[in-house]
Design a binder for this molecule. Structure first.
Ligand SMILES: [Zn+2]
Length: 126
């Protein structure tokens, strides 16, 4: 009974997943090609694409920043468009974990490894 019920339910599930999906290439003319993605993008995606076209390859400041001297007088500067940012410090070169900490504007902070960080204001690309 159970196996018959299972077979019946699997048939129903299979039947439901057999919806047809069709696409048509008639919208795109061979001579014109596909439309430019910049023309199709809107909102944040378009702003990001325009920033990249203007030479800003890291509009969200997500690339890793190499540590500088890191002393109290010359802290590593971390750009941010906000008043605070989470910073991850790889304290030792061979370390397998990252020490995460909040960094606030106007308050340079020392990591447990002794390296200093300072938040600097950077205009948002938006
Ligand atoms: Zn550290």
């Amino acid at each position: 009974m159970n196996s018959r019920l299972m077979a019946l339910s699997s048939k129903l599930i299979f039947r439901r997943s057999m919806r047809m999906f069709t696409t048509s290439a008639s919208r795109f003319n061979k001579d014109e090609g596909f439309p430019d993605p910049l023309d199709l993008a809107t909102g944040m995606e378009k702003k990001e694409m325009l920033a990249r076209l203007n030479g800003n390859d890291d509009p969200y400041n997500l690339k890793a920043i190499k540590k500088g001297v890191g002393s109290k007088d010359k802290p590593t500067e971390i750009p941010s468009a906000f008043e605070a940012r989470i910073v991850g410090c790889v304290c030792e070169e061979d370390s397998s974990h990252i020490k995460w900490m909040w960094l606030y504007s106007g308050e340079p902070k020392r990591c447990i490894c002794g390296h200093w960080y300072k938040l600097i204001h950077k205009e948002s690309f938006l």
